[in-house]
Write a protein that binds this ligand. Structure first.
Ligand SMILES: Cc1cc2nc3c(=O)[nH]c(=O)nc-3n(C[C@H](O)[C@H](O)[C@H](O)COP(=O)(O)O)c2cc1C
Length: 206
């Protein structure tokens, strides 16, 4: 069990599931990690397949507002209501699934809604990733790591990194002992403020 340290108090986790099939490997691994959160930490689970979003329409530079549908409202409220957002996406073509990518596209809309405080509210919160892939070589998921790190850096969020698992058929990740061991402590790791490469370089020069 991850200790209920001061850091652990007042936290609440939103798990955003982005697989194209129910009860897939990514959800199994995310749930294995979530089991080790302290009991008092609220967890909300949203499966994007059950709360689908249409393709994001970029109306950021238009004067007219566009209608906000119920699913978008639910997702926005769940997102701003959590201190920790976990993107649980299978590795699809070396990056995020379309469902999770589309959810992140909506963040751009939420950033620019007139009167929006989305950016201020997200700053200081933590983004995490959980992914399962068929490939044994985690390096092929660098694109996914970069996407999530830079998303967190843009929003001045913390980034806890990725929990990786291996599997192809549903349930196969249960045979990935290394992933299940890492899942036990995943949410207990330090999640530093995310930085873009140029910020890392500037920090290194100081
Ligand atoms: C559309 C699609 C794209 C995929 N792309 C990759 C990939 O780029 N690399 C990889 O290792 N596995 C890839 N896979 C395999 C999945 O990552 C793997 O089956 C994983 O276990 C699926 O997770 P899930 O059970 O949570 O849906 C792909 C699968 C699908 C359906």
């Amino acid at each position: 069990m991850i200790p209920d340290t001061a850091r652990g108090r007042d936290r609440s986790f939103l798990f955003v599931l982005g697989s194209s099939r129910p009860a897939g490997n990514t959800e199994i691994l995310a749930r294995a990690a979530a089991e080790h959160l302290p009991p008092g930490v609220p967890q909300r689970w949203i499966d994007l397949a059950r709360l689908p979003l249409p393709d994001f329409q970029d109306g950021r530079h238009e004067t007219d507002t566009w209608p906000v549908r119920e699913n978008e409202k639910v997702l926005r409220q769940a997102t701003v209501g959590a201190t920790d957002i976990v993107i649980a996406s299978p590795l699809y073509w070396y990056t995020l699934s379309a469902q999770t990518k589309r959810y992140l596209d909506y963040w751009s809309g939420w950033l620019t809604t007139p009167g929006s405080d989305f950016k201020e509210r997200m700053a200081g919160r933590t983004l995490w990733g959980v992914t399962v892939m068929a490939d044994d070589d985690e390096a092929v998921a660098d694109g996914l790591v970069t996407s999530l790190n830079h998303t967190a850096a843009y929003l001045r969020m913390r980034f806890g990194g990725l929990l990786f698992g291996n599997g192809s058929r549903p349930g196969q990740v249960r045979q990935d002992e290394r992933a299940l061991i890492r899942a036990k402590t995943f949410f207990g790791r330090e999640a530093p403020l995310a930085r873009f490469p140029h910020e890392e370089a500037a920090a290194g020069r100081r």
